[in-house]
Design a protein around this ligand. Sequence first.
Ligand SMILES: *[C@@H]1O[C@H](CO)[C@@H](O)[C@H](O)[C@H]1NC(C)=O
Ligand SMILES: *[C@@H]1O[C@H](CO)[C@@H](O)[C@H](O)[C@H]1NC(C)=O
Ligand SMILES: *[C@@H]1O[C@H](CO)[C@@H](O)[C@H](O)[C@H]1NC(C)=O
Ligand SMILES: *[C@@H]1O[C@H](CO)[C@@H](O)[C@H](O)[C@H]1NC(C)=O
Ligand SMILES: *[C@@H]1O[C@H](CO)[C@@H](O)[C@H](O)[C@H]1NC(C)=O
Ligand SMILES: *[C@@H]1O[C@H](CO)[C@@H](O)[C@H](O)[C@H]1NC(C)=O
Ligand SMILES: *[C@@H]1O[C@H](CO)[C@@H](O)[C@H](O)[C@H]1NC(C)=O
Ligand SMILES: *[C@@H]1O[C@H](CO)[C@@H](O)[C@H](O)[C@H]1NC(C)=O
Ligand SMILES: *[C@@H]1O[C@H](CO)[C@@H](O)[C@H](O)[C@H]1NC(C)=O
Ligand SMILES: *[C@@H]1O[C@H](CO)[C@@H](O)[C@H](O)[C@H]1NC(C)=O
Ligand SMILES: *[C@@H]1O[C@H](CO)[C@@H](O)[C@H](O)[C@H]1NC(C)=O
Length: 460
Amino acid sequence: MKSGSIVFLSLGALAAAAPQVTLTPLSGPIPPVRSSEVTGPTSHGPFSGTPTVTGALSRPATAMSIAPAGSPVVTYTNDNGDLQATYMPVPYQPAGGQGLNGTTPYYHPLSDFDYESLTLALYQEWIELDLFHNGLARFSVQDFEAAGLTAEDRFLIEFMADQEVGHATLLSNILGPAAPPQCTYNYPYNTVREFIDFCQKLTRFGESGVYGFLGHLDSRESATLLLQSISTEARQQLIFRQFDGLFPMPVWFEVGVPQSFAWTLLAPYISSCPANTTRLAWQNFPSLTILNQPNPAKTNPNLGTPQPATGSNPLNSSGIADSNRCIHASGESSDCGPAISQNRSIPLSYPGRPIHLSWGNVNQTVGPNNSYVTSRSPLADAPRYAMFLSQLNATYVPLLNISGNTASVIQPNMSTFAGDPAVNGTIFISVVSQNPYVTPFNVSMVLPYVWAGPSLYQAG
Ligand SMILES: *[C@@H]1O[C@H](CO)[C@@H](O)[C@H](O)[C@H]1NC(C)=O
Ligand SMILES: *[C@@H]1O[C@H](CO)[C@@H](O)[C@H](O)[C@H]1NC(C)=O
Ligand SMILES: *[C@@H]1O[C@H](CO)[C@@H](O)[C@H](O)[C@H]1NC(C)=O
Ligand SMILES: *[C@@H]1O[C@H](CO)[C@@H](O)[C@H](O)[C@H]1NC(C)=O
Ligand SMILES: *[C@@H]1O[C@H](CO)[C@@H](O)[C@H](O)[C@H]1NC(C)=O
Ligand SMILES: *[C@@H]1O[C@H](CO)[C@@H](O)[C@H](O)[C@H]1NC(C)=O
Ligand SMILES: *[C@@H]1O[C@H](CO)[C@@H](O)[C@H](O)[C@H]1NC(C)=O
Ligand SMILES: *[C@@H]1O[C@H](CO)[C@@H](O)[C@H](O)[C@H]1NC(C)=O
Ligand SMILES: *[C@@H]1O[C@H](CO)[C@@H](O)[C@H](O)[C@H]1NC(C)=O
Ligand SMILES: *[C@@H]1O[C@H](CO)[C@@H](O)[C@H](O)[C@H]1NC(C)=O
Ligand SMILES: *[C@@H]1O[C@H](CO)[C@@H](O)[C@H](O)[C@H]1NC(C)=O
């Protein structure tokens, strides 16, 4: 007998005896458009072949940048706290809101913007599914225990991988038949600590990449479902910070970044995708390397040879003096083992810290099958500023000592509200040619001026 009919019969029988049982769904679960079990690859490593197609999906552009268009027409204000409308649609429902007039929700993209944004999110969910499994498979129980992670912690990582099955299924169903499948990946970590730090960084740009477009989607229905999965991803990011011995949430607000920032950070870790995988329209900017990335595996991040990190590459657990290794350091504020919360005796970064940068070139191949190409707009005519994108803020700091593909910049002292330092946690730095004033809902206006990056900066 088919399992579908078992569900039907048992629910039917229960209904008579126990009326509280909800009689749905009668037909059993709807299979996902893409199943991770069917497409899941087993190999990892770099791609060494020739791409069959190159470049982002595109159509002729009608302009090189979006012109500022002034303020919107605002038809509602409320200064007295009372209801402003004469009527309510139904009792207890204030007038207004979208999607509340009885129209059946339509949980699918309504524009190319929606489709490309949700497809990028699916590329992200697939790598997370593979990554969490890969870390568990690659390292031994002894390796994990040496990094302070127990069997229960490993089960949590496994559970997070399972969550990704759900997220990938959800997005595949939203996108429909051309939803991209899982790809093959190439990871930059060699130790458990580096794996955990990479997860902490990858989930940061996964989460922030979605916040950057969520409020801009045409499909509010899709946005609602996506937020319900990205809220879970936000918790994953926090848990990986805890496993990494970092203060779990050193910010008051989580930053949102444009899709091309997320894609620039994600693409280098996808080595190849199956033939005919749906491609993306987002830009791959030239890479950005932070030559002196603060290292959370050190007690004093200011000691020892500065360690570089490109894009989202993790901390480097080699080349640290034993006396400066914080994982098993004694003293409550010096140790950095996994914990619910960790105070660091010496913060990872500080306002006034010199940050040294180097960047890659245009026309370099990246991403699946090396089939995407780095580029920048002609409006990005020279490297002039570092943009620090964190919390609610985008702050531009002039570059110093620009020489060839390198420059330096001083970490700014800026706050969100009430003195809360805006530069903390895992943040985004890009090199840009202009410094347009942008706020969380129009941050994409900076894209024509991006020279390189972003790279993730481990500010705290
Ligand atoms: C409900 O709102 C949608 C979107 O604004 C609109 O297209 C539709 O016509 C409305 N339906 C009714 C019954 O008013
Ligand atoms: C990418 O490479 C894989 C492995 O060599 C190959 O099977 C696939 O067809 C390639 N995809 C594209 C789009 O070229
Ligand atoms: C890829 O698409 C082409 C053209 O639609 C088709 O002929 C080919 O069979 C597809 N390959 C795979 C592996 O799906
Ligand atoms: C760490 O640095 C060593 C060289 O000191 C290098 O071989 C290794 O790839 C680096 N690891 C990471 C994760 O960057
Ligand atoms: C943790 O750090 C905060 C601020 O940096 C400090 O006020 C607090 O005393 C520290 N607590 C411990 C137990 O180290
Ligand atoms: C980041 O936040 C932590 C926890 O409040 C604090 O100890 C640290 O000094 C902050 N770092 C910076 C760069 O502000
Ligand atoms: C990059 O490639 C484009 C198109 O092939 C070419 O016009 C341009 O000169 C190249 N730029 C550099 C810096 O190589
Ligand atoms: C810029 O170069 C000068 C001269 O070498 C040096 O003194 C200064 O520290 C550099 N600035 C930064 C931010 O690295
Ligand atoms: C940063 O600015 C705040 C005021 O907003 C000030 O209290 C603090 O001392 C400054 N920190 C540094 C290192 O300049
Ligand atoms: C950061 O953003 C908040 C909220 O928009 C704003 O109040 C604050 O002034 C900004 N801080 C800086 C340094 O731009
Ligand atoms: C972005 O929005 C702010 C208002 O929040 C506005 O002042 C600014 O001019 C806008 N930036 C651009 C580049 O349009």
